[in-house]
Design a protein around this ligand. Sequence first.
Ligand code: DX5
Ligand code: ZN
Length: 218
Amino acid sequence: MVKIAASLLAADFSKLADEVRRAEEAGADWLHFDVMDGHFVPNITMGPQVVRDLRNKSGLFFDVHLMIENPENYLEKFYEAGADLLTVSAEACVHLHKVIQMIRSLGIKAGVALNPATPLSAIKYLLDDLDLVLLMSVNPGFGGQKFIPAVIPKIRELKSMVKDRKLEIQVDGGINDQTARQVREAGATVLVAGTAIFGSDDLVTAVKMLKTAGEKSP
Ligand code: DX5
Ligand code: ZN
């Protein structure tokens, strides 16, 4: 079964701890933190303090998605705040291999995110050093955008590159019941969802639908 990473970007920031509890109770597997700096992407969101304060409120796996320039300057801060996984944007790193080594030396999981137009060749020689590859299915910066279908063949291609490595294929952006089924069938193992979860009146059903979308019935 795929894992669901609930993106706090679509939550009500005036009551984040409650929102985290609601996502956890609804069966989300991971909490996804969208960190944006107003440079790499046009939006500004949260920093390590938010991760640290929520760390005391939840036992979920903390998946921190860094959409920032010079991420190497902030890795330790997010690690100390309680991140379990740090994902950096390939397009924001001149020395991507080095940044991944820095994350691994902290003893946590390391991921690389690729924008929709960035080819898989960007991570071809890094696969043995990664725990996760995040394929963006929207242009990063905002929640609630429309899914870009060209990511489907990209997921399939990544899956065949991964072979038997223990590497998660995460897809982020525009995930709903329909697109969840498509990305799962293509090979995604972790689905990020913001609007589809926090925009729903019934989080339990929303998470369940995303988790089981496209599963073959027995
Ligand atoms: C976009 C973020 C996503 C975003 C997804 O830049 O990386 O994680 O929260 O939001 P939805 O699920 O609303 O497309
Ligand atoms: Zn994200």
